[in-house]
Design a protein around this ligand. Sequence first.
Ligand code: ADP
Ligand code: MG
Length: 262
Amino acid sequence: MTPTISENLAHAALEINDLTVAYIQQGSQKPALWDVDLRVPEGVLMGIVGPNGAGKSTLIKASLELLPRAAGDVRFFGRSYHQARRQVGYVPQRGSVDWDFPTTVLDVVMMGLYGRMGWVRRPGKPDRARAFQALEQVGLADYADRQISRLSGGQQQRTFLARALVQDAQLYFMDEPFAAVDAVTERAIVELLRQLRQQGKTVIVVHHDLSTVSEYFDQVTLLNREIVASGPVNQVFTDQNLQKAYGGRLNFNVGVGQVGAA
Ligand code: ADP
Ligand code: MG
């Protein structure tokens, strides 16, 4: 059979079409995302920015089928989430997790392997070695046996990143990994993002700090319930688009690089 034109084109790492998501609030449906189209090419670092409540976390959760969609289609490398899920990694917002749960750093990192080895097989020596290697990569080698309740915020974030690394996914979603971390952790995360890109991975990062968007990302999506703009940072990250995304609530100038999102 002759392949069709679309089969000849490389698939995007993520392709979202007509995605609408609504939460039920006080008995009525409130759309948190409205008719979202988004295409993220393979191998880019993509930042997602927009005001609080813009639907950034909702976009990730609906893509990962953690939330029901009112409408729309999401493809990973041309496949459904169900088909592609081992290639898709997720680093949730740190605050959304119960860190008092009695478990060690190493155990949390090993969870990243379960998708591949299944729940029945017990982790073996190579699995533990892989987990230790990931902990080294994020600078936590000395913390493997520590209870997660005894980690600082930055160490918690790096534990999550190590878990994502052992999964060895092709596409990663990270929800505000830089929120409330110290400068050392911030540099470690930036370094990790660059390593992942070098390996050809795609990383989609919800990001708060407008002053570092141009430095950290190749592409940016401005979101406020709808997509305001998406594409290469130098084309899309403009004062005009930022005003559209944040309304009048923003005191930031791309040229000057001063922040102050209200
Ligand atoms: P962001 O991550 O951009 O800050 P969210 O995706 O968390 O925004 O939320 C988008 C909108 O959906 C907000 O108005 C928020 O209040 C609402 N929302 C988020 N989660 C829920 C939920 N579980 N139930 C009801 N409304 C929600
Ligand atoms: Mg959020």
